[in-house]
Design a protein around this ligand. Structure first.
Ligand code: MG
Length: 176
């Protein structure tokens, strides 16, 4: 077999925090005085997940599929962008095994929202919630995240080649 059965991908994204925008992380609306600025809904976590999955499959990056110059993606729900990327992976023969994410921000506290974010991501990707990890982290007041200027997300994802006889433990065959 010329292709390895497993591949890993990394994703990273940053968006600026501004007033008068909703804060949406992992597809979940989070009550906060500020929100993330971007062409789409600026869901920094879903964007990093999308890039990790596309990267694992060497299918390019989120900007190639959803350029900010395209008005079709203005205020777009990033769950849709992620679903489209998962569809590209599926077509190319890849299933998602697991996703591990770290969201870096000084505020708000993310822990109360982690379960909802994991559920939302798992449903969007089509894997079990036990295969999705979301961790909140501050940067101890340092840098742009520490000043509250923005939120960053770091993600790794593992994918596996589809096989007829052995489906991966976490991947589900359901469509969306
Ligand atoms: Mg982004």
């Amino acid at each position: 077999m010329s292709d390895p059965s497993f591949r890993v991908g990394i994703g990273y994204d940053v968006h600026r925090l501004v007033p008068n925008r909703p804060l949406i992380l992992g597809g979940v609306s989070i009550p906060f005085a500020m929100g993330l600025l971007g062409h789409s809904d600026a869901d920094v976590l879903l964007h990093a997940i999308t890039d990790a999955l596309l990267g694992a499959a060497a299918l390019g990056d989120i900007g190639a599929y959803f350029p900010p110059s395209d008005m079709a993606w203005k205020d777009a729900d990033s769950r849709h962008l992620l679903r489209v990327a998962v569809g590209h992976l599926r077509t190319a023969g890849w299933s998602t095994i697991n996703i591990d994410a770290t969201v870096v921000c000084e505020a708000p506290k993310l822990l109360p929202h982690v379960a909802a974010m994991r559920e939302s991501i798992a449903a969007t990707v089509g894997i079990g919630i036990e295969c999705v990890s979301v961790k909140g982290k501050t940067s101890e007041g340092l840098g742009f995240t520490g000043r509250g200027d923005g939120i960053a997300a770091h993600v790794v994802a593992l994918i596996q080649r589809h096989t007829e006889e052995a489906s991966p433990s976490c991947a589900r065959s359901s469509s969306e």
